[in-house]
Design a protein around this ligand. Structure first.
Ligand SMILES: NCCCC[C@H](N)C(=O)NCC(=O)O
Length: 465
């Protein structure tokens, strides 16, 4: 009998279709993640939120992931239960969290109410409920992220892994770019700051349906792999994941360097994006309705560059070096943003473009490097632990910046559409972001040295000849 020589993943059309579907689900998640970023000013005007409340709400993204270990639990569930169950659950959680957030921002039933959170500190009920919805959504989108990473490894290992991961990130970042570019126009044309969230909610439901369709492809892939193994007498020697494997992951120095580089680097990018529109208004004098468009260039740039750098990593290698260069660019950009007299909007555009290059280099090499350090059966947990470490930064840094702005950076007040709002000096926040970049660079060096010592192959191509 003729042996089966191929599995479903050996058909290019099948693996790229699978990638397209799951990447779309991530796009919808990234859209919601950043949809409020350009609305900081409108939230101040329409709902009277101040910078600390905005920072509190934004930091909620990581609450459950970090304090309730939801991300780590999600990673273990992923390694135990597989990508179909975990991915579908994550997509449902995203929809649920967003529905709560939309209700909180659109309802009048919470007006004027203040609650004591954990019996300790008072918070506007509306801000708290919006944050709660965002925190639930944060669990869904992060677990979806690790699930999709594992799905890509499943289909693309030994093939165009970094290119595929780069394309997935590029698609997801289209969601970020859309959020930054469309949320103010949507809020203004539809008449309320809550309306862009409603648009996201509809998109997230479509993303959930897309993932449901993907599960059928995933089943087919598993069946074709099982048939291939049977016909070719392949014994699957991969061990099942055990909870004790967590110990193996966290005692791996190379894994720690990636995790720390990740938290430092991403904390200087995603939280920066949450304030970038406000920075454009306050430092560069950009009109509020256009302020989101300059930061939106960052994700747009990464859409082209992340797959390009991924392709270079697949074919030529140099993963550790790519991360080093990306960290250097990050320091340069935030350092320049912190210089007070560099305040022409053209400079802002140039810096955002350079940041886009840095933000393409590091992720394009970081995520495909993890399978070189960690075995596939532990990958879900390894990614989730990296995301967990990263979420401390995604949660803590926006709250820190919001607090720093209110405490040290208020320069005065102005009236926008009849409402008085604060004006800010962004030098100190930008110096904080620069310091994160410097620390990231140190860990990129340590990772490169560790790779040389342990021979992980981070500088080698991903495509097997
Ligand atoms: N604005 C989305 C935040 C996603 C964070 C996620 N943990 C992550 O790092 N994803 C990989 C990426 O580069 O987006």
């Amino acid at each position: 009998m003729e042996k089966i020589r191929q599995t479903l993943r050996d058909h290019a059309w099948a693996r790229w279709t699978a990638l397209g579907i799951v990447a779309f689900t991530m796009l919808t998640g990234y859209y919601l993640t950043d949809v409020m970023a350009p609305l900081k000013g409108l939230l101040e005007q329409q709902l009277s939120w101040d910078s600390s409340e905005y920072g509190f709400f934004t930091s909620a993204y990581g609450w459950f992931n970090v304090f309730l270990f939801m991300l780590i639990i999600g990673g273990i569930i992923l390694d135990k239960m597989g990508v179909r169950f975990t991915g579908l659950s994550a997509a449902v959680i995203m929809v649920l969290g967003t529905a709560i957030k939309y209700w909180a921002v659109s309802t009048h039933s919470l007006d004027g109410q203040t609650w004591n959170i954990l019996w300790l500190f008072p918070m506007k009920a509306q801000v708290f409920m919006a944050a709660l919805g965002y925190a639930i959504f944060g669990v869904g989108v992060e677990v979806a992220g690790i699930t999709v990473s594992k799905i890509i490894v499943k289909w693309f290992k030994g093939k165009e892994l970094a290119l595929a991961m780069g394309l997935e990130m590029a698609t997801a970042r289209m969601g970020t770019a859309l959020a930054l570019a469309t949320s103010v126009p949507l809020a203004k044309s539809l008449g309320h700051v809550s309306k862009p969230i409603l648009v996201c909610l509809i998109l997230l439901v479509i993303g959930l349906i897309a993932f449901f369709i993907y599960t059928f492809m995933d089943k087919k892939l598993d069946a074709s792999q099982a048939e291939f193994d049977k016909q070719n007498n392949v014994v699957n020697e991969e061990e099942e994941f055990k909870v004790s494997d967590i110990f193996k992951i966290v005692t791996n120095k190379g894994w720690w360097y990636i995790a720390i580089l990740c938290v430092l680097f991403y904390s200087a990018v995603f939280p920066f994006l949450k304030y970038a529109a406000d920075l454009m208004v306050n430092k560069f004098g950009v009109q509020e309705s256009l302020a989101g468009t300059i930061p939106a260039m960052l994700p747009f740039g990464t859409i082209l560059l992340t797959p390009l750098f991924g392709n270079i990593y697949d074919r030529k290698g140099k993963g550790a070096t790519i991360m080093l260069i990306g960290s250097l660019l990050l320091i340069f950009v935030h350092g320049m943003f912190s210089i007070p007299f560099l305040n022409h909007w053209i400079i802002a555009i140039i810096l955002i473009v350079i940041l886009g290059i840095g933000f393409s280099l590091v992720p394009s090499a970081m995520w495909p490097s993890v399978p070189k350090i960690i075995p596939e059966n532990q990958l879900g947990t390894a990614y989730s632990l990296i995301f967990w470490v990263q979420n401390w930064g995604l949660m803590g840094v926006p709250a820190l910046i919001g607090w720093v702005l209110d405490k040290y950076c208020v320069t005065g007040q102005k009236v926008v559409e009849g409402v008085t709002v604060n004006t800010y000096n962004y030098t100190l926040p930008m110096l904080i972001f620069t310091s994160l970049g410097v620390l990231a660079l140190i860990f990129a060096f340590l990772l490169k040295a560790e790779d040389k010592k342990k021979g992980y192959g981070l500088e080698l191509p991903n495509i097997e000849k």
